[in-house]
Write a protein that binds this ligand. Structure first.
Ligand SMILES: Nc1nc(=O)c2c([nH]1)NC[C@@H]1CN(c3ccc(C(=O)N[C@@H](CCC(=O)O)C(=O)O)cc3)C=[N+]21
Length: 285
């Protein structure tokens, strides 16, 4: 029998507990504050940002949505970040990616105070993760680890294969799995004989953005399969990077799309915003 790793339900469970933490913080005079900056009007980004605000509202986290026009200059964006860096009521700052092409993403990421970098994209937080002293960790990989933990899946000694080497998913996922004592391979678009590499995996994490590219022949029977994809197939339906119909029957556990990794990403963002806000209590004590 295949276990469906239900990210939606798991996220809901985690948020019930987190609501209590937020309530307690409030009695100590701290309301966690999250600022989400959206530049331009990418429709997919707008949906994600709306989901984040809905979650924050449900928890009693103060969420500031800052929508800037697509004509925003790099300097204007950097000034906004500086303002939020200095705002003591803001614990977490997230700049929704991708940014318009004429804005230097790396420069923007590095402008965020690393102590407010709730995405964990700042080089300081990346370095801390890779030295196994994590502070804030990219939400998607963090959410995946939390989901595995929720289902009592211990990755120690597992052969983990990640397909995709992005800064926001593949690389931080590799670091987290390594920190948890998995044997880690990062495969990508230039990997030779990808099917063979994937078929070695006890744990397969796929983040390529290529609809349904992982087929049954690429998966070892009994493997755990994590699908980070949010793609549209030929019929315009939301699908993952994994061909679910083919792969689910042979996997021991698999995440659905939607309802798998996506809700866990948002839950992680909320968890880490609250963690950052806790430091304000200690600072004031
Ligand atoms: N600075 C930054 N931080 C991010 O964390 C970030 C980002 N930029 N850019 C884009 C990606 C993507 N992302 C998702 C979040 C939630 C869902 C999500 O909630 N998905 C739901 C449903 C979505 C739907 O129905 O369309 C699900 O999978 O069940 C998906 C994707 C965060 N990202």
């Amino acid at each position: 029998m295949t276990t469906v790793l239900d990210g939606k339900q798991t996220a809901n469970d985690l948020m019930i507990a987190l609501k209590q933490t937020v309530d307690e913080l409030k009695t100590k005079g701290v309301t966690p504050g999250l600022a989400v900056i959206l530049v331009g009007e990418d429709p997919a980004s707008a949906i994600y940002v709306r989901n984040k605000h809905r979650r924050a509202d449900g928890l009693g986290i103060r969420s500031l949505q800052i929508s800037m026009p697509k004509t925003t200059t790099e300097t204007e964006l950097l000034n906004k970040i500086e303002e939020l860096n200095e705002d003591p009521t803001i614990d977490g700052i997230l700049v929704q990616l991708p940014l318009p092409a004429d804005i230097d993403e790396q420069k923007v990421i590095e402008a965020i105070d690393p102590n407010k970098d709730v995405d964990g994209f700042h080089p300081m937080n990346v370095g801390k993760l890779w030295t196994n002293m994590p502070q804030v960790v990219a939400s998607t990989p963090y959410g995946i680890m939390t989901l595995l933990d929720h289902y009592h899946i211990d990755v120690t000694g597992m052969n983990a294969v990640i397909v995709g080497r992005s800064n926001i998913v593949g690389r931080p996922m590799a670091a987290l799995l390594l920190n948890h004592s998995a044997t880690v391979t990062i495969a990508h678009s230039k990997t030779k004989d990808l099917a063979k590499v994937c078929a070695q995996a006890d744990l397969l994490v796929v983040a390529t953005g290529r609809a349904e590219m992982i087929t049954a022949d690429m998966v070892k029977p009994g493997a755990i399969v994590i699908d980070v994809g949010m793609d549209r197939n030929a019929e315009g339906k939301l699908v993952g990077d994994v061909n679910y119909a083919q792969v689910a029957p042979i996997a021991s556990a698999i995440t659905p799309v939607p309802g798998g990794v996506g809700p866990m990403t948002i839950a992680s963002l909320m968890l880490q915003t609250v963690e950052l806000a806790k430091r304000r209590v200690h600072a004031d004590a």
